[in-house]
Design a protein around this ligand. Structure first.
Ligand code: NAP
Length: 300
């Protein structure tokens, strides 16, 4: 049994216990469009196997969305598993934020996921119509009351939009947000991340590998690789880049994509160990050499 199989942490201020890393199931529009319009799902089985590989490697946090056309794949991958061992996150599009429409979307996602409750229901993007967001939030609170969703989340909301959403929640707290965040894209560290830390809001980091740019990156230099190997055993550059989140922020959950089972197994090796603050700093400096210095105060 690998160390990472044992690892569970509290999901922000909720009761839920999740793996410190999750997986995402957004593939791309070459998957979504044929799957939605024509029902063509090339590579379906491999993707189901990738999600299963994640679970077998100790990951229980699985992210999907009504947009992704991947909810049925998640359903297939988790079939036969004790439901309470899996933490299912999915999302609703702004097009469906009106009260009745959001309830219908949730019912559809429940059917697609083959479950009677969703752990984390997230607003995928903010709507330009604030009243729609308010209405959607009311519908989400009703879904919590009904036991159809456990926790409420948002995604791609700025700090100001997040504060507004928090103020519109009347009965339940905001449990999480989901943002583009990685060593290649650290904008949220200047405002949204400190706000989330102060308010007990988890962050799901999407594009944690910079949408693939950081996978196997040579920016993780030889000195760092050696130093990490001496302390923690041999790790790949991808594992080190993913471990950065877990070593630095206990409330941030990277969700690299699950589409290739071998990649998923490698990525799971980012769990179960922790870099020291010195190693984290070395890694950040090493990436900066390639990508330029990062200053969360000055950068927009
Ligand atoms: N909320 C939002 O608006 C939003 C937007 C985008 C994404 N997301 C979520 O975030 C998840 C992750 O985003 P993403 O998949 O685009 O970005 P990512 O995880 O940063 O990068 C994925 C890319 O990295 C490759 N990769 C992963 N592990 C690798 C490894 N060990 N070695 C080599 N290559 C590796 C993948 O290839 P393979 O596919 O071949 O493994 C893929 O090309 C999505 O699945 C979705 O759930 C959310």
């Amino acid at each position: 049994m690998h160390d990472q199989l044992m690892e569970r942490v509290r999901f922000a201020r909720t009761e839920a216990q999740v793996s410190p890393m999750g997986v995402g199931t957004y593939y791309d529009f070459r998957w979504i469009a044929p799957a939605k319009i024509l029902g063509i799902k090339a590579g379906r089985q491999r993707r189901v196997e990738a999600i299963k590989a994640a679970i077998a490697s100790g990951i229980n946090l699985i992210d999907s969305a009504e947009l992704y056309q991947s909810e049925p794949l998640v359903a297939e991958a988790i079939k036969g598993m004790p439901r309470e061992e899996i933490f299912l996150a999915t999302k609703v599009m702004p097009l469906h934020f009106s009260y009745d429409s959001l309830i219908k979307s949730c019912e559809r996602s429940l059917r697609n996921l083959g479950t009677d409750y969703i752990d984390l229901y997230q607003m995928h993007f903010p709507s330009s119509n604030k009243n729609r967001i308010k209405e959607g939030i009311r519908a989400m609170e009703h879904l919590v009351d009904q036991g159809k969703i456990r926790y409420i989340g948002i995604s791609n909301f700025t700090l100001a939009q997040t504060e507004e959403a928090v103020s519109w929640l009347k009965k339940y707290p905001l449990s999480s947000t989901q943002m583009n965040f990685s060593l290649a894209h650290r904008n949220i560290e200047k405002d949204l991340l400190p706000y989330c830390r102060e308010n007990g809001i988890a962050i799901l980091a999407y594009f944690p590998l910079g949408h693939g740019k950081l996978a196997g990156t040579s920016a993780v230099n030889q000195d760092l690789m050696k130093a990490i190997e001496n302390q923690h055993g041999k790790k790949t550059a991808t594992q080190i880049v993913l471990n950065w989140f877990m070593s630095k922020y206990e409330f941030v959950f990277p969700i690299p994509r699950a589409s290739n089972p071998d990649h998923v197994k490698e990525n799971a090796g980012a769990m179960g160990w922790q870099m020291t603050p010195e190693e984290v700093e070395m890694l950040e400096r090493s990436i900066e050499k390639i990508r330029g210095p990062f200053n969360p105060v000055d950068r927009s």
